[in-house]
Design a protein around this ligand. Structure first.
Ligand code: MSP
Length: 668
């Protein structure tokens, strides 16, 4: 592996025009995994994210809500930080473009560029797209058929006095720079796109101030103007490190950035405007700009303005943070577009996480427990099949290193899963349960179980940058010290014979696909009924009425505290089951007729696996009575039966009362 160094990585700074969706989470989780990888390999790492808070769109939204723009962004940015906390984003700096130090540094930058003649005053005529915060030339709008070339929405014709930045002056230098530095724009295909579509046809100077709105950084020597968005936004990458302030020690240490991670639609701003700004300022250029693809829904990009977004908070509540991180990091080649679907998410969780990894760990630990009283045996008798497994595990860290340095994040995970797959095959080939039956097999069994535990330990170390709670859970079950999360501990042989393993909960409980898809279908029906365009899953509090909600590995993580008033919103009632039948089309669902005081209702519950209709008739259960009705397998369900279950859903019991009580009574 290469020598340790400093490593500076950034996400785009997000617009606080609405809450963030899974597409933004994608960008940030990917950046986080890269940052964590560099920290793990010992690099002194600085990971910056933040919010891009100025502009007309925010000004208008705040006005519509009757608050000041600052109040408006404060609230939304607090939500960004909550989301990053939930997703375990390990940022070192969070810059807000309304931060005082940023405002001052941008004013200083603007003045310097103006004084040296790179910014000049003129008149701007063109089209403006408010949702995209983009100005477009007549030609560009015409080519797009009279609409915004990015979002296809309407554009407004605007004319105003503006300051302009002389992009054109630096175009040749930039073209040369890009040619001399073939890895500056990644993936490679984007280099050509920038050269052919934007640079070679010739650059026009860039409008960098507006007078038509006031929510921006004032040009301090011409108070009519505020700095227009890209100059303000892009400079965050250096102002956050103290450029232009009294303390620029971080700037000296970390600039130039190793990589800016950005979505593909903003690659052009980062590879044309930003390097030219830096050239004009006489500062070094970032080493790389990586443009990732979009997560799309049904062929279209998710967008806050289109309303077709998926809420990462609801997904994390339902499946657990590591499951969502894994999906985001594994599903789509980094750099390409990919589709988000509930089916794909569930398939990844069930196949890769629950079956391949989770079962492997629980089988290994269970066998060490059963055959050796929980003490990891020392390897003894070896056989041919060991060498291939050990070689795969030993070569894995270097392979992951190459892939992560090239930002092939999903491939790095796929490589780790090759070892997981090899371990599962190794179990099939060595058949430890057969070895355990004979005296002669005991010595071989020791080696087999040691090799499995050791491979899993290496997997856990290598997963540390990607998944934030799973590796620690694996270390606990394997009886390995968590300090082993360092890459220094990745060499084969680190597991200490005699360590005590601990049987634990399934890392990722299997999801019942049928019930889960029924849940999403019901949610979609509800969304349609409410006549909103959103396709996002329900908030976490709305648990699946079809089956006990399976919250991934987050089951035992206590949710945040709530006020009594929040609890009081849930109308819990005793209900007596007066009739019950199977829903034939479904493997999981029972249709219950329940009496709630004087009222009779139908409730569909995903508990067929645990109860027959006869088990339930005559029983008193606890009903969430004020849950919105949903239709499951064609039956309208009016409420949800409360059940307790273990994380693997092996044991489940509907709740009832200790004494006979009348139906309809309130549970509080
Ligand atoms: N504020 C600018 C960036 C300024 S950086 C100096 C901006 N903000 S944004 O909130 O609209 O988008 C931020 C990032 O989120 C972009 O890189 C964008 O590509 C990314 N994504 C938004 N929706 C996305 C998907 N559906 N999929 C993947 N990334 C997505 O642009």
């Amino acid at each position: 592996m290469a020598d340790k160094k400093t490593f500076y990585i950034t996400t785009p700074i997000y617009y606080p025009s609405a809450s963030l969706h899974i597409g933004h989470a994608y960008s940030t989780v990917a950046t986080d995994a890269i940052a964590r990888y560099h920290r793990q390999r010992g690099d002194e790492t600085y990971f910056l994210t933040g919010s891009d808070e100025h502009g007309q769109k925010i000004e208008r939204k705040a006005k519509a809500e009757g608050v000041t723009p600052q109040e408006y962004v404060d609230k939304i940015v607090a939500g960004f930080k909550d989301l990053w906390k939930l997703l375990d984003i390990s940022y070192d700096g969070f810059i807000r473009t309304t931060d005082d130090y940023h405002v001052k540094a941008v004013q200083k930058m603007f003045k310097k560029l103006y004084d040296q003649g790179d910014i000049y005053k003129s008149k701007y005529t063109g089209f403006y797209c408010t949702p995209c915060e983009s100005f477009w030339l007549d030609r560009q709008v015409k080519e797009a058929g009279g609409v915004c070339p990015d979002c296809g929405g309407p554009v407004e014709l605007v004319e105003e006095e503006s300051y302009f930045f002389r992009l054109s002056k630096y175009a040749d230098r930039l073209i040369q720079y890009i040619k001399d530095n073939p890895t500056f724009i990644q993936p490679n295909s984007r280099t050509n796109e920038m050269l052919q579509n934007f640079l070679l046809p010739g650059l026009e100077d860039l409008c960098v101030s507006r007078t038509s709105f006031t929510w921006g950084i004032p040009v301090d020597f011409d108070s009519k103007h505020v700095v227009y968005v890209w100059l303000d936004a892009l400079s965050n990458y250096i102002t956050a490190l103290g450029w232009g302030s009294e303390d620029d020690s971080l700037y000296k240490k970390f600039w130039p950035a190793d990589v800016h991670i950005v979505g593909k639609e903003i690659v052009r701003f980062h590879t044309i405007i930003w390097p030219i700004m830096l050239m004009a300022l006489g500062e070094p250029l970032p080493k790389q700009v990586f443009g990732h693809g979009w997560l799309v829904l049904d062929g279209g990009k998710m967008s806050k303005s289109k309303g077709n977004v998926v809420d990462p908070v609801a997904l994390c509540a339902r499946y657990g943070v590591d499951a969502i991180r894994y999906f985001l990091l594994r599903e789509v080649p980094f750099g390409s577009d990919g589709t988000f679907s509930n089916e794909a998410l569930i398939a990844r969780i069930n196949t890769d996480l629950a079956n391949d990894l989770g079962n492997l760990l629980s089988r290994t630990v269970a066998m060490i427990d059963k055959y050796f009283g929980g003490a990891l045996p020392a390897p003894a008798v070896t056989a041919d099949e060991d060498a291939a497994l050990i070689a795969l595990a030993s070569e894995l860290p270097a392979k992951v290193d190459v892939l992560m340095n090239e930002l092939h994040i999903p491939d790095a995970l796929a490589e780790i899963w090759k070892l997981v797959g090899a371990c599962n095959k190794y179990i099939d080939v060595t058949a430890p349960w057969t070895l355990a039956k004979s005296e002669a097999g005991q010595e071989r069994l020791k080696t087999v179980l040691y090799n499995l535990a050791e491979s899993l330990r290496i997997v856990a170390v290598l997963l540390t940058p990607f998944l934030t709670s799973t590796p620690a859970k694996m270390f606990v079950q394997l009886g390995t010290a968590p300090a082993q999360a360092s890459l220094n501990a990745v060499a084969w042989g680190g597991s200490v014979p005699g360590s005590q393993v601990h049987k634990g909960e399934a890392l990722f409980p299997r999801i019942d696909v049928e019930a889960e898809l029924a849940y999403f279908a019901a949610e979609a029906d509800k969304a349609k009924a409410a006549a909103t365009p959103a396709t996002e899953p329900a908030p976490a509090a709305e648990a699946a009425p079809a089956a006990p909600a399976k919250h991934g590995h987050g089951d035992d993580e206590a949710p945040a505290e709530i006020e009594y008033d929040d609890f009081a919103k849930i109308d819990l009632r005793l209900a007596k089951v007066v009739a019950c039948e199977e829903i034939k089309k479904s493997k999981k669902l029972l249709k219950l007729t329940v009496e709630v005081g004087a009222e009779t209702r139908t409730v569909v519950s995903g508990i067929k696996q645990w109860y027959t209709p006869d088990d339930l008739v005559g029983k008193t259960v606890v009903l969430v009575a004020n849950l919105k009705p949903v239709t499951l397998c064609g039956v309208e369900s009016h409420g949800m039966i409360l059940c307790a279950s273990d994380a693997a859903d092996e044991n489940l019991s509907a709740l009832t009362t200790l004494a006979e009580m009348e139906s309809g009574l309130k549970v509080r």
